[in-house]
Design a protein around this ligand. Sequence first.
Ligand code: DQA
Length: 148
Amino acid sequence: MNVVHVLNGPNLNLLGTREPGTYGTLTLADIEARLAARCQAGGISLLFRQSNHEGDLVTWIQEAGAAGEPVILNAGAYTHTSIALRDAIAGSGAKVIEVHLSNVHAREDFRHRSTISAVAAGVILGFGALSYDLALEALIAQSKKTKS
Ligand code: DQA
């Protein structure tokens, strides 16, 4: 694996101050810095992006799929509503690991449904910022397995 895309959806730019009891106090820049350090150690290029707009996420997923590069995706609330994101994953063939900071299954009913999970390679949730790190480790481990 040479490149990994980490895509973040709406309101994740507010991490650090947004409902810290649910999402913790790390900022998105803190999460990016941790992933960047791990990627640098592994010789992987990190493309870390955030948007509050569904279409941006669709475009970035399509780009990753076309390039054959894996995606770690926290789609935020679009997880629960977006058929467009589901179709972008299925249609582009992007390998996506869905992540969430919070355990969405322990929260409101409307967060129990994901349009993405069925087309994701895996789902990691409930570990705070560590969910992202675990997803990256999973991709690294799988790419090593593919090589051997
Ligand atoms: C989230 C969970 C979603 O339900 C919520 O809308 C978010 C963040 C998480 O990381 O826990 O914005 O994806």
